[in-house]
Write a protein that binds this ligand. Structure first.
Ligand SMILES: O=P(O)(O)OC[C@H]1O[C@H](O)[C@H](O)[C@@H](O)[C@@H]1O
Length: 298
């Protein structure tokens, strides 16, 4: 059965809505940002803020923003990543989440539909970041959702990047959910002076959470007892992940974020950060991959 693929202008943004075999995706060309993903008869898997603003040149709260060529605050990144930026004030989460990417291709067969976006700094130079890189984001939907972000260095010197697929997940109630798969991992507690800690058991939430996990295995999951489901994340090309919930206090300062929105979302950001940063030799490429699906709780 053919997918339904529709171009829509939402606010100031060009978007694509895709319906295929009981699943729906919404994607903005700006930032090549996946905005929502939901399967029929199930709550959304990806969270999108009810206060999201569809404005050009501005980040949109929710979905899966692409953080690149650095994650978070530039000054918290390894020296060689900082050295590649020539500007004075560096935006959080890099340079491409608020820029237009080019739609490269939409393809489908009976089982799969895929849409690919390209951002090439040789065609569209990045402000204060004079390096030649081609970025491709492939979003593919079958029974699961797959994202693949490929960076290719077209320059003559090695490049260093940190990055993340900053996924916002929808949950029934943050107090009840657990993130599974991180037991035994080291993490950096960014809210307490970036101290190094060790995760014991599953991650539960009872306050603001902003942690960088290192040595992360490829499979993680979110256990959601009230919605009787588990969301599965399978990553490739990544050994670090950021787990974030702003809780009550920080929510007040977040843009496009309802006062109680923190109860129904959490971020697990599939990343290459800190010691897991990527070195791209001339002509070298790296692919960061994430597959998502849900299953009923047993
Ligand atoms: O508000 P943003 O720039 O989109 O960032 C939202 C959040 O992203 C990451 O999860 C960081 O670890 C948080 O510290 C940050 O607050």
């Amino acid at each position: 059965m053919a997918a339904q693929i529709e171009h829509q202008e939402i606010g100031e943004l060009a978007c694509w809505r895709i319906r295929h075999r009981g699943a729906q995706l919404l994607i903005a060309e700006q930032g090549a940002q996946l905005l929502s993903y939901q399967r029929d008869d199930a709550p959304p898997l990806i969270w999108l803020s009810e206060q999201a603003e569809y404005r050009r040149g501005q980040g949109l709260r929710g979905g899966v923003p692409v953080c690149w060529p650095w994650f978070g605050a530039l000054e918290r990144n390894p020296e060689e990543i900082q050295a590649q930026y020539r500007g004075r004030s560096a935006p959080a989460h890099g340079l491409v989440r608020t820029l237009d990417w080019r739609l490269e291709d939409i393809r489908q067969d009976d089982d799969t539909v895929s849409i690919e976006f390209v951002f090439d700094s040789r065609e569209q130079p990045l402000p204060d970041w004079p390096h030649a890189v081609e970025l491709r984001l492939m979003i593919r939907l079958d029974q699961r959702l797959h994202l693949q972000l490929t960076s290719r260095n077209h320059g003559t010197h090695p490049l260093f990047i940190s990055q993340a697929l900053h996924s916002y997940f929808a949950v029934s109630d943050i107090h009840q959910v657990q993130v599974e798969g991180l037991h035994g991992c080291r993490y950096i507690e960014t809210l307490e002076d970036w101290q190094a800690r060790l995760q014991q058991g599953p991650v539960t939430f009872n306050g603001e959470t902003d942690r960088i996990y290192l040595g992360v295995p490829s499979q993680l999951s979110i256990r959601d007892p009230r919605w009787q489901r588990r969301i599965h994340l399978l990553s490739s090309g990544s050994h670090s992940a950021v787990v974030w919930n702003p809780w009550i206090g920080k929510s007040r300062y977040l843009s496009q974020f309802a006062e109680d929105a923190w109860t129904g979302m959490l971020c697990i950001e599939t990343a290459n950060v800190l010691e897991d940063r990527i070195e791209l030799p001339p002509q070298g490429a790296h692919t960061l991959g994430l597959s998502l699906w849900e299953s009923p709780l047993d």
